[in-house]
Every structure is written in C-alpha cells, then in structure tokens.
Design a binder for this molecule. Structure first.
Ligand code: NAD
Length: 360
C-alpha cells in the first residue's frame, strides 16, 4: 500500500521522538512492502519563528491532502520562551486547537496500557497492578461543557457564572459509532460513561448509545455512572476495554487512567473524524527540560504510529508487529531515563528507536 503521511515534528522533544517513530514506520514499510511518503510541516513554536503564526493555511491544506497526520508535540517553556509573550491566539497551543478544528477531529482515543515490566511504576496496590490492564478511553472532543454558551453576570448584586452542557443526538451518535468500531478491533466491550441519574444530556447520551449498539451485536455494552467509573478505574482497571464518554468526563477520566500507567512517555493518542482520517501524537508535551539531549522516551510516539497503522490504514498485522516490538524491547530490559529502574539497560531516545525497529 502507498500512504501519504503529513508529519509535524513540532517543538522541544518533538523532532527527536517523531524521527524514531518514522524509523519504525520505515522498517514496517520495508518488511510488509508498503510505501510511506512523508510531507514535513511546521506547526507550533517552530512555525511562529518562520511564519509569524503557529498554524498556516498551507499546513492545514497539506494535512487535509494526506491519509493521516503524525505529530510530535508543540510548545516551549511557558515561563521563559518568547512564544508566551505573544497574545493567546498566536501562541504555539493555538496551532493545536486550530488544526483539530480545521480537520474536524471530534474523537480522542487514548489507550492506557500497564505493561507487566513497568508494573512497579503503577501507583495502585500490587494485587491490582499485577493483573495489568489494556484499555482505551474515547473522549468526545468538540462538544459539551467546554463549547457550550457561558457567561458571568451580576444578578441582584451577586456575581453568577453559567456554563452550558449541550449535546445533539448527531454528536453522540458519531462518537458512539467510533467507539463500537474501535471495540470491534479490540476485545469487543464498550463501557459508556454518563451521569444519567442527574443530567438530561446524559439521558440522551444513553438513549443514543443504546440505539447504536443494536448495529453491533458482537459488542457487549454496559453503562456506568461517571462517579462509579472514577472509582472502578483505580479498583479494577482490568475490567475495561473501550470506555466512551463526553468531553469533560473524558478529560478527567483519561488523566486518571494515564496516571495509573505510571509514565507519560508511554502514552499514545489519536484524534479522529468520521472517516478513517486521524492525527496521531503522544499524550505528553514538548518536555523542554530534556529537549535536544536525546533522552526522551519515543515509545508513546511509536505506539501512536501503530495506532495510525491500525485505525487509519487498516494494517492490523503491521500494528500488532510494532506493539510486539515495543513489548520485546521492554522485556529485554531496554529503558529510557523516565522508565529506568535498577538492573535495566539505560538507552537514549535514538537507541530505543533502533532497538524497536530492529525487533520488527
Ligand atoms: P510535558 O509533558 O512536556 O512534561 C512533563 C514532564 O514529563 C517533564 O518532566 C518531561 O521531561 C516529562 N516527559 C514528557 N514527555 C516525555 C517523554 N517522551 N520522555 C521522557 N519524559 C517525558 O508537560 P509540560 O512541562 O507541562 O509542558 C511543556 C510544554 O508542552 C508546554 O509548552 C505545553 O503547553 C506543551 N504541551 C504540548 C502538548 C501537545 O503538543 N499536544 C501537550 C501537553 C503540553
């Protein structure tokens, strides 16, 4: 297969970690007879330096013309970088919001996997972490409380602030379909999280998810209240496969789920639209404290590239091979500084990329 990949290396550790993901993709292409054509694009701080703005129309057009986007991270040190003296709409992060909007990316997918080799980094009790877990949180990204009407006003001399949580059935349907599609490629279980005992928007959420479920008879659906979900995540995370939820609940639960995996450098993510198109990036930021030192952990970005193979290109075998290559590198004791523990082999960012590519 021939695929066109837009590559945004970005700022800080971005260029280092994306280079390693491309190394692994090139090995996949070689082994499985594919051609990956890369178009390198600027976004974030590096685009501000060259173009005066964090995101240009040319970058948006080139992303739209590609089959998928692979991204590193954007932004710099928020206290010392001159980028943060600019107005908010010209700062690096404005590029991130702008590209998500321009590409219509409404579904955020965050796998949370606890590798048995890294179980020591999991803050949960050993009897829970010993079981490991492999779940994916799908968060609605463009609706709900963060996008509803809001105001702060004086009412009878008292300041009152209002935020509005709005969802249409179309918005719920498209994210539910995405969740069931992803579950079909995993262990075929969907947990839909809401607050249907209180909120009208959650009752509509539950109704629409039930309707969509009828088209996926192989998938087991359960509904769970958000407060219970927060407890279950730390009590028994192994019970979850795909968890789908609205924007704010997903924001909070996905951070809780990432914490229990132990390391930010291991967490992949994807943002998708209705089609197979997606933007794939590590969950972490640009880590300015270690940028340019060849110390960053490239695994999150490599696993994001594996998600691109699986969800945008339907290359299941290839995605499995990348994930197995990461597993083997960990089993063989290779560790970047952030996941280093006694008795393991400390490697640089590029050495970790070499080891994983070598395992393909
Ligand atoms: P961060 O995720 O960049 O760093 C937090 C800590 O995690 C740091 O100690 C860093 O060294 C470590 N870390 C992160 N990724 C790592 C990796 N791959 N390997 C090893 N260690 C890693 O968060 P921050 O310091 O709050 O933010 C730094 C910059 O990144 C800011 O400008 C912020 O706006 C930006 N940011 C960008 C994105 C994005 O591009 N999607 C996301 C979050 C933050």
């Amino acid at each position: 297969m021939n695929k066109n990949i837009a590559v945004i290396k970005g700022d800080g550790i971005g260029p280092e970690i994306v280079t390693e993901a491309m190394k692994v993709l090139d090995k996949v292409a070689e082994k499985y007879g594919h051609t990956f054509n890369y178009t390198q694009l600027l976004m974030g701080g590096c685009s501000i330096d060259v173009n005066g703005v964090p995101l240009t129309d040319e970058t948006i057009a080139a992303c739209k013309a590609s089959d998928a986007v692979l991204m590193g991270s954007i932004g710099g040190d928020t206290t010392t970088s001159p980028w943060y003296k600019l107005p908010a709409n010209l700062r690096p992060e404005a590029g991130l919001l702008g590209i998500r909007k321009a590409l219509g990316l409404f579904a955020n997918l965050r796998p949370c996997v606890l590798y048995s080799e890294l179980a020591g980094a999991c803050p949960l009790k050993e009897e829970i972490s010993a079981k490991g877990f492999d779940m994916l949180i799908m968060r609605e990204l463009t609706g709900g409380l963060y996008f509803g009407a809001r105001k702060t006003e004086e009412v009878d001399g008292v300041t009152v602030a209002t935020d509005t949580l709005v969802y249409s059935e179309e918005e719920i349907r498209r994210i539910a379909i995405k969740a069931f599609d992803v579950a079909m490629k995993r262990r075929k279980k969907v947990t839909s999280v809401d607050k249907a005992n209180v909120l009208d928007s959650s009752r509509l959420w539950r109704k629409v998810v039930n309707e969509v479920a009828k088209d996926y008879p192989e998938v087991t659906l359960e509904h769970m209240l958000v407060d219970n979900s927060a407890m279950q995540l730390v009590k028994n995370p192994a019970q979850f496969d795909v968890m789908v939820t609205e924007n704010m609940f997903g924001d909070i639960l996905s951070d809780e789920a990432s914490m229990i995996t132990g390391s930010i450098g291991m967490l992949a993510s994807a943002s998708m639209n209705e089609t197979k198109f997606g933007l794939y990036e590590p969950s972490g930021g640009s880590a300015p404290d270690i940028a340019g030192q060849n110390k960053a952990n490239p695994i999150a970005t490599i696993l994001s590239a594996a998600m691109m193979l699986r969800y945008s290109f339907d290359m299941t075998e290839e995605a499995d091979a990348v994930e197995a290559a990461v597993d083997k590198a960990l089993k063989d004791g290779y560790r970047t500084g952030d996941i280093m523990s006694e008795g393991m082999k400390r490697v640089s960012c590029s050495e970790m990329g070499d080891v994983i590519a070598g395992n393909i």
